[in-house]
Structure formats: C-alpha cells, structure tokens
Design a protein around this ligand. Sequence first.
Ligand SMILES: Nc1nc2c(ncn2[C@@H]2O[C@H](COP(=O)(O)OP(=O)(O)O)[C@@H](O)[C@H]2O)c(=O)[nH]1
Ligand SMILES: [Mg+2]
Length: 233
Amino acid sequence: MYETNNADKQRLVIKAAKFITSAATEKQFIKTDKPTIAVCGKSNVGKSSFINMLANQKKLAKTSSEPGRTRLVNYFDFGEFVLADLPGYGFARVSKTEKEKWGKTLDAFFKNNEELSHVFMLVDSRHDPTADDVQMIEFLHYHALPFTVVLTKADKLSKMKLKEHVKAIAADLYLGEKNLLATSAQTGYGKTDVLHKIADVIALANAPQEYDDEQDDEDDEDDEDETDGGEEC
Ligand SMILES: Nc1nc2c(ncn2[C@@H]2O[C@H](COP(=O)(O)OP(=O)(O)O)[C@@H](O)[C@H]2O)c(=O)[nH]1
Ligand SMILES: [Mg+2]
C-alpha cells in the first residue's frame, strides 16, 4: 500500500514525549522557542490516538470513544518540537455559545503564533470530509498556514478502498493526493511518513533565514564592482 522510498530522507527518533500543560484561554497559550506543530480535526477523528502513536505511548493524550471531551489546547514536548492538540470541532451537542468560544480560541491560536510551523489536519479516511472540515481548511488557507491532511483509521478500510478514499478526499478538498498521509493509530500504518514530514518541518523551521536586507545590500555593491571594471579578473 503506498510504498514510498524513504531511505534517503531524514530520520526523526522520538524518545520521551511529555505533557506540558493545557490552555483553556488565549492567556494560557505557551511561548516556546521550539517549532510547534498543531493537530486539529473534528472530535473523535483520532487526534489523541495519533499523538500517542507518534509518542510511542498509550496514554500520553487521553483518548475517548465519546466525542467532544477536549475543550483545551493540550501541549506536548516532543524534544525537537512542541505538539499542540487543538480542541475538536463538529460536535453536535455543543451549545452555540460554546461553539463561538471554540472559534475564538482557535482564531487566537493561529493568529499570534510565530512558532507555529505546521498543522496536521486530521480527517477520517472512511468518510467524505464534513462541512466543518472544509471550513477548517479554508481557515488554514486564510491564515496562510502550511498543513498536511492526515487520514485516520486506515485500518478500517481494505487497501483498495483506502486508495479510492484517498483519491476522493483529495479531490473534495482540492488537494493533491501527495498532500494526504493515510495513517492508522492502531497498526502504526503511515507513521514513518508522518515522522519524515515532521523531520522536514523541523529542518525548515531551524534553517537560517534565506534573505536578510544587509546581505542584499552587499550583493548589490558586488554587482556594481563587476560592471565598474572587474579588477578581480
Ligand atoms: N480502528 C481505529 N480506531 C481509532 C484510530 N484512531 C482512533 N481510534 C478510535 O477512535 C476513537 C476516538 O479517538 P481519539 O483519539 O480519542 O479522538 P480525538 O477526539 O480526535 O482525540 C477512540 O475510540 C479510538 O480508539 C485508528 O487509527 N484506528
Ligand atoms: Mg482527543
């Protein structure tokens, strides 16, 4: 199933991921120097299970078969990066006020977060993306955030069906199939691909800025020297 040649890619080993804290309001959001990766998606899609899979731990993030439990941003220290588990959306039994509160928390999270390097947007591999999923993607576009769609619960589909669903979900979301990573927290399927993606994200976040104004000025001077006579030749 979707064999990829990852032999030449960066390796990321996650040793001891730890819970940092929960934030209920904007004021409680943490500041960190480490690149931050957020995990979002509707309630019950498998966010906590995905985090536990990456951490190689069973109970780092609390999982629940009952949707709508997490109203908090939960932060985890993964060593080289921080992972933020965002409150799930699309839970029908939530009041309008509560939905608005959720929207504001998320908006604040995405707005003032310079360390936010990437978002994993989780979508159930078995179903068509919901209207809320589509809205979430529009929201990520609006905030100009780089993201990858992670399909969860791939173990519940046959290889054939999974292939079909990847194609259909990608088309629904106007994304290329390569922007989607199919995973299963139960079997660990797709975990390596996710770790490679994270390694790329961290490398990019830690890379020196490509452009700085002073360097540009120096380059301009060099250009002038060359046209002036080219003494160095
Ligand atoms: N079969 C299967 N079940 C999963 C998978 N990921 C999550 N689940 C189940 O889906 C339910 C919700 O998972 P959870 O991680 O708590 O979702 P969250 O609300 O998005 O954090 C739980 O009963 C999990 O055991 C998966 O990859 N495969
Ligand atoms: Mg959860």
